[in-house]
Design a protein around this ligand. Sequence first.
Ligand code: G4P
Length: 529
Amino acid sequence: MSFLQEIARRRTFGIISHPDAGKTTLTEKLLLFGGAIQKAGAVKSNKIKKAATSDFMEIERQRGISVATSVLAFIYKNKKINILDTPGHKDFAEDTYRTLTAVDSVIVVIDVAKGVEAQTQKLVEVCRMRNIPIIVFINKLDREGKDTFDLLDDLEKKLGLITVPLSFPIGMGYNFQGIYNLWNENIRLFESEQKTTISQQINIIENIDDPALETAIGSSAKEILAEELELIREVYPSFNRAAYLNGEQHPVFFGSALNNFGVQELLDCFVDIAPPPLAKDSEERNIAPDEKDFSGFVFKIHANMDPKHRDRLAFVKIVSGTFARNVPYLHVRHNKKFKFSSPNAFFADKKEIVNISYPGDIVGLHDTGNFKIGDTLTSGEKIQFKGIPSFSPEHFKYINNADPMKAKQLNKGIDQLMDEGVAQLFTLELNGRKVVGTVGALQFDVIQYRLEHEYGASCTYENLNVHKACWVEVKKDGEIDFAEFKQTKSKFLAKDKQRQLVYLADSAFSLEITQSKYPGVIFHATSEF
Ligand code: G4P
């Protein structure tokens, strides 16, 4: 297969949802339909179970499992599918944001009974900021849920999506009878047993006027379906692939992942319409996937579970060219060449050493501390990929050294954990004190535990009242405002790890007042503006 064909057949995407909507189940069923596994349950979920939300040891254990499921690859209809796993747990939302920088499209899973939930809203917002093509899968149709049209409305109002139903349910919950597939114009009738394997028996009726349909679902359900389909054709735009790829249209599918229902329709349509690897902006220029020279970036770092070996796995998304084993590549930030003797490629149920990888693929590189999230690797060109911003953490604490003999170990540990993206570090301008910011409260325990077990250092925390971290930009003529702001708010100013200036606002109110008082200064919600 030629280089261009290899690129054209890759589909790298992520599945996002609010916890419990069915992301893990859908992922598994896609693998099942893709032939990557024979039986559901074969791939261990990296889902952090509800019961474990306050148990960080359990999370550490599950972190081990999640290395294996970070990327799930399989071939379906001659397409190479790479599913990038995203943690559902909200304390790890930042990991998900970063993974979204490496996907070319996403599937959003929505629970039919719950509709659009908070976590979905945040994640879709990030996708929309990046114009990532989105397909929606409304799950759990075997249960009673919201009215179908209300759900579509919800998607438009709360997520700003322009929905195009490509399938449509016949009934719901107790009355769920099947799915009308608007993509292929046929009907699949529902069979309700929960299956872990794929059954070959599928009930497809090719046409709404087929008398077999009325026999199967009854005349009133058939009538309702006919009316609903008419409404859909009148109200919703017809599918346009270019609009979908530009993030201007959002196909919607219905089904029940648990019951293997509607999953095949989703997968078949997905491989047809989802984008192959896209070009990516670097600070210097736009890089197209079909460029001959290799380039890629680190979007995730996974620490080894064995504290005796402090090596880590850096996940690199290949943007252009090919990545080959044992070839020296430039680590742009270090301005130094590295070669990798055992790059890992990922499959549904295993990882193995790979000789060559193509744009869209993810390789896992063993690292002893050279990489941090956002690093660029190239064949030699000095470029830096854009687009791994930091968002304001939700929780902030001072971190103190509890063992003066181990200051060096502590600093190294903090440094490396921050490079991995476990949390963010801010250093106060006034006194050099270190503040750790995390998305979830749980990470403080994880950091303390890992510092002790991996670095032999111990730390204590001290509470600090911060509402939000805002990245500071000075407007063109804002120097006077900026000087005054710096003086009055010196106590609240810090530098992040990239040495960007951050204002740690102590309340929403003071942020608002500060903003109106110093119009020459802009306060950004992310580190990239
Ligand atoms: P998540 O990764 O998005 O957090 O969700 P996950 O797939 O784990 O699904 C959450 C729960 O919803 C699971 O039940 C799962 O079995 C159920 N589920 C997923 N898809 C469907 C569906 O189509 N219909 C119905 N009725 N349920 C569905 P659980 O009891 O929390 O977990 P488990 O004990 O079944 O694993």
